[in-house]
Design a protein around this ligand. Structure first.
Ligand code: ATP
Length: 312
């Protein structure tokens, strides 16, 4: 029989990946970050984080790319749990078990998703009761994408991306993601290359585009396809030319649009409905353009408690 202690001694939270529908990069700020104007969408590729009361703090990682994720104090989920513990006061240590479904270092914010899930799981486990609004400042300290992954949906991000306002978005969008080898393409390298490519010109403050807002308001995938944009894309392609080959093939196979996700290297393909997404992924696999293909729709909810951990 399960005791009450066992049923309350662990909580699992699930957090989604993100795709940037628009990523406008502005001037470099004095603190070394760029001003961003981005439109995020949360998509149905998930990581689950189980927080369990333990004798000592720790983290273990299972699932996709698990071997690439650090299990020391640099792990973002563990940092999130420790930050919440400082805020909440007298709490017991936790062991976190991360089940990864989001590609690591793919530009889909997997580490940030784990941080968001850890905040939600630990808040429930410890009964600190902060809720998303009070967790948001902690999320922003952990990383620019973390506040969005707490809330999910579709939202504009400003500042470094951490200042979130929800966007009225109708409909469901169907995506195919092609993760590629991230070697030679870290987020700081992509930004450095962006700076080099733009050294000779004045960079304006970025703003969300009215056409993007209209496409989302109307739930129009074709109109959205026409306005997807990512200022980091030229830098990512320069560092990893294979991205361009995938984009070209996918457009030939009927993708409505193809764009680098965040700082890459994952390529995000907007498909013409669910069937379009299936056809596109079959064509990419059959032509051997890509071996690793993920299909997901968005928008989906942000980090939330789920009933039970995944067993595999
Ligand atoms: P970003 O665009 O925010 O830089 P990303 O989506 O490209 O992120 P992540 O999967 O978040 O990439 O991983 C970036 C790096 O963060 C990894 O190389 C890894 O070393 C480190 N990291 C720390 N904690 C985690 C975690 N819980 N999950 C994944 N990566 C983590």
């Amino acid at each position: 029989m399960t005791s009450v202690l066992e049923t309350t001694a662990a909580v699992t939270a699930r957090a989604p990946a993100k795709v940037n529908l628009e990523l406008g990069v502005g001037p470099l700020r004095d603190d070394g970050y760029h001003t961003l104007s981005t439109v995020y969408q949360a998509v149905g590729v998930h990581d689950d984080v189980t927080a369990a009361i333990a004798d000592e703090w720790g983290v273990s990682v299972r699932g996709r790319d698990a071997e690439l994720v650090p299990t020391d104090e640099s792990n973002l989920a563990l940092r999130a749990a420790r930050l919440l513990a400082e805020r909440a006061g007298d709490v017991e240590p936790v062991h976190l078990t991360i089940h990864k479904g989001i590609p690591v270092a793919g530009g889909m914010a997997g580490g940030s998703a784990d941080a968001a899930a850890a905040l939600i799981a630990c808040d429930a486990l410890w009964g600190s009761g902060l809720g998303k609004d009070e967790l948001e400042p902690l999320a922003a300290q952990l990383g620019a994408d973390v506040p969005f992954l707490l809330h999910g949906g579709t939202a504009v991000g400003s500042g470094r991306g951490e200042l979130i306002s929800p966007v009225l978005a109708r409909g469901t969008y169907h995506w195919v993601f092609v993760p590629t080898d991230s070697e030679g393409l870290s987020t700081p390298q992509v930004y450095r290359t962006f700076d080099e490519l733009n050294a000779a010109r004045e960079i304006d403050e970025p703003r969300p585009s009215p056409d993007m807002m209209a496409a989302l308001r109307n739930g129009d995938a074709e109109a959205l396809a026409a306005v997807l944009s990512n200022d980091l894309q030229p830098a990512a392609i320069l560092l990893q030319p294979r991205i361009d080959e995938i984009i070209e093939s996918a457009m030939g196979f009927g993708a409505l649009a193809a764009i680098v996700s965040g700082s890459g290297p994952t390529v995000a393909l907007l498909a013409d409905g669910q069937e379009g997404a299936i056809d596109l992924s079959v064509a990419l696999a059959a032509s051997r353009t890509a071996e690793d293909i993920l299909r997901a729709s968005g928008p989906v909810a942000g980090a939330h408690v789920i009933p039970a951990p995944r067993l595999t």
